[in-house]
Design a protein around this ligand. Sequence first.
Ligand SMILES: NC(=O)c1ccc[n+]([C@@H]2O[C@H](COP(=O)([O-])OP(=O)(O)OC[C@H]3O[C@@H](n4cnc5c(N)ncnc54)[C@H](O)[C@@H]3O)[C@@H](O)[C@H]2O)c1
Length: 450
Amino acid sequence: MSEAQALALAADADVVPVAPAREATIAPVPPPSQPCVAVVGLGYVGLPTLLALHGAGSETIGIDVSERRLQAIRARAVDLPAGDVARLGDALGGERLRLSSIPAAVAAADAVIVCVPTPVDAQRRPDPRALRAACASVVEHARPGQALVLTSTTFVGSTRELLVAPLAARGLAAGRDVAVAFAPERILPGDPSVDQHAVPRVLGGATPDCARRARELLAPTTALIHEVSSLEAAELTKLYENTFRAVNLAFANEMAGVCGHLGIDPVEIVDAAATKPYGFLAHYPGPGVGGHCIPVDPYYLLAPLRAAGVATPIADHAMDAIVARPAAVAARALALLRLGGVAPAQARVTIVGMAYKPGVADARESPGLHVAEQLERAGVAVAYHDPRVPSVRTAAGTELRSLEHPEAAPADLAIVTAVQPETQLGWLADVPAVLDATYRLALDGPLHRV
Ligand SMILES: NC(=O)c1ccc[n+]([C@@H]2O[C@H](COP(=O)([O-])OP(=O)(O)OC[C@H]3O[C@@H](n4cnc5c(N)ncnc54)[C@H](O)[C@@H]3O)[C@@H](O)[C@H]2O)c1
């Protein structure tokens, strides 16, 4: 951005009115000339974001602290849909993409988008270290005229605490010298049927002018932007969405147990209920909830509330049920083995699916892995098959490698947790017992549910 543009930003501050939130879903208009955009954190979210902006004609700077990740990107060895892999190839071959592990590289950009991970630790406490580090370096290298947009899922108040306040301490006021906004990511990895560009994006600015700058910046990534009244409203929207999903998934698993008790197929019931055109949103039971979002994000809502003494019993119970789900699958597996006369120490179990869901290679918080860990603790010899996840390490430190030919591995029981599109399941007919934690299989032979 030129100095004149920076001055214009300063002059415009606080004069652009925000439309009321209920009328605020609008098609964003990009600025007349494309800005140079830096994306900080090039993971599942940051890399597709970078490619969308590059595809729209922006100069782009991809920044990641992990040299390994940068090497994988340069080698195109990343878990992306085919279209994005092609776009990555084009971008790497051109002039408008730079990759760097140096945080100071953000200084060269007109706009900065932060997409670093916000995980939980082993005790499920939020671990915002990457977020704090990334925001601190963005603040350190910020310059007048920049637009800074945080997209990581995080605590309500993070954008103000980690960007607005420290920028002000450096003499850069949001809305006057820099634009600051929060716009959570809603990407849905692994489902090519969802057009990510068509998914509306929620956005809250520190001031109305900050929101305008962020709208212009994000225009290439989405067809619609829904603007809310504040940074905090945008932060809470994301946490509300994913906690809503967690509560519903926990309930779907509970209802699957009810259906089992009554001898009814839970998927048939959800499908039937979903024919109601209002007031019902289908959630299906499964082996547990994995990935970087649903099993993690609600703690960024719940932990500060707990510290403040605010009661959230429904969400708390849902998260406890989600954590406990893989253990329930493992307990059912051990019961089935015992029924078949196989003691845990003699048992061989093959798990089908190590990714947290079909269509991805991501095994973070994978139900399959948690089931494997439970069974390993009980003394069971565990193997797995997942063509997209070559190996995983259990909490006990055991390295498991995906069976290339699961049909050739002797098994007393198979547990199906996630079926990749390319996975063949015919061999399950020859396994003495199959526990279908996806509730989706139709097999001849002994098929069991959790
Ligand atoms: N993965 C999803 O499906 C998804 C969907 C919606 C929202 N989100 C949210 O988006 C955020 C990012 O998630 P993700 O899945 O892309 O994470 P990720 O783990 O795939 O990638 C994050 C990247 O950030 C890099 N990084 C860490 N600290 C950094 C720093 N200080 N500076 C620069 N780079 C740094 C890491 O090396 C990594 O490559 C999270 O808050 C997540 O909750 C994720």
